[in-house]
Design a protein. Sequence first.
Lengths: 252, 430
Amino acid sequence: MTRPRLAIAGLTACSGCQLTLLNCEQEFPEIAANFELAYFPMAESGSAADQEFDVALVEGAVSTPGDLATLFRLRSASRLLVAFGTCALHGGVAAMNNAQGAREQLMATVYGEAGGDFASFLPSPFRNFVSVDFSITGCPPEKPDLIALLGALLAGTLPPVPCYPVCTECRSRENLCLLLERDQLCLGPIIQGGCNARCPATGIVCEGCRGPVREANVAQELELLLERGFGRKEIERRMKRFTPEWNYGQRS
Amino acid sequence: MGSVVEINPFTRVEGHGSVKVYLEGSRVERVELCLTESPRLFEALLLGKSHLEVPEIVCRICSLCSTIHKVTALLAVEHALGIEVSGVTRLTRELIALGGVIQSHSLHLYCLVLPDHMDLRGVAELALAAPEQLRLGLEVKRVGNLIQETVGGRLIHPINITLGGLGRRVAREQLLRLKEELEAILPACREAWRLFSAPSPVQQLAPPYCLALDPAAPPLTGELFRTSDGASFPVSRYREEIRESVQPHSHAKFAQVLGREATVGALSRLNLAGSPQSPAGPVLYHEAAAIFETVKDEILGKDIRGNNVAQAVELCQAVERSLALIDQLIGMGGEEVSVKVVPGSGRGSAACEAPRGTLIHSYAFDNDGICTEADVITPTSLNQGAMARDLLALARGMEGADAQQLGNALERLIRCYDPCISCSVHLIKL
């Protein structure tokens, strides 16, 4: 059997999703044996970019003409394109100020006048430009989600996608509810689960790194937080940290 | 006729970069180092965010270095707000930072550099050609990550280290498990240097102008920078002494320290610790000290080719220091670990030794604790000038070589520096 050919790359990102693959220390030898890492510049030299791939795992938001060229190239060259991580799926931290617009202003703040020479636009998720076949969410993604995808690919399929909020797993772990019992700004009710409520289990509020859960009851969350004395501005700022656009009136 | 040899992208480094060598016939005219990672603009994104949010957002600059970014940001915000943390918090932060060192050094050495020493293309070939070496390396890396996950609650972008303290104190059983795992990898770390002390095929380069935090300072963070010519300046004066400039071909800023191109990282740290200003030599634990004695001729006064073996010394040191910290933490009583954080105005900076070198964070907040200024200087932006200088010297020394040979040698030199390009494209206010 020929091994599936993988491309693994990053756009505007921290390399954390690609690192998640290298962090599968115990599984890595088996992954290397079952897949051909045909294009993986972070860990492999000497592979040409102009080849065909079975699957491209690409992390990061799209924010430069170069990012866009890479995305189009990997989309055209790959049977399946996976949006790997929250930035690829929702825009992520790079996009948190998108609503305020004016990329030029941010560039000028950081680079001074020289900022005008660098081409850059509002960081956006893949789906604004290309069709996406599958996505893994999380900042960073959970290792088991990646392993599940790789396993399913070998079996010629894709894994099921959970569609329940962080609270589902949080309740089943019997954690203290930071939102209702501690009046903290926890985003658990509206955020995609699958992380086993990692943060609330440590006593830290859900910061929303996995993006919105399907049919999130955003309006209700907003009411709960406003009742607890948080300002609308602060709540929106927190919600936008990983996902720039929300429908604040949405009820499930 | 002029021609250009381009290496694009760099491989086996973190982030996106390329090098262009401009030739006139076979003569090398100039070399352009381009760190072309997309602009990240973190310093601008942080403005208007609260003091609580800053460390949580800024650690996303980089995945490999997320722990030390978060720790440095916490320290800088705490300096700004005048917060003193508990002893348990201090030691726990040092422990997680060491987990970061173990993970970062072992990833770089075993997965990215080792293929160079065996003439392989990367980690996938390594898995076939040297499965046992790779398994050992991955095992060391796994334990570094286990520390980060156990202490931080998450492997990348840790959550459990917070402003003023910890989400939850690390339990005794968890510490004992880490101790067991660390003891199991100590033998591999004791031997790691052998893999990386082979004579480099790359020619001799200029000795570096080393910059690091004062080796005599308490571990993790410090208040004073030292350089290899005996100069020193306090962290609070970094804006005056470290100058950054923008170059049209690179998204990372070029930094000069006291007017010179400085080098930071393992090589600089060990050199400064072993310099005449620190007569005691580096403060190393038993095994790391023995390795240092064996390989010090490849490190003291040497150029960047000695950096990888210096990282191997530090890898062993990090494991031994972690073991000592765990014993200390287990012995500490049930004191209150976290202190209350009251928002307020202030300005503060902090510097830490990240795996790749000196890292500086600096913030200012208004009366509501909202961020009004943010500045981050990363090791790779500090190293960028020296990297460009060494690339030019190497390319000139190899005039006449074919493009493939030249490309391989330049990439290998870049890997000696262990750059982290996501970090470097961070950016600063001019």
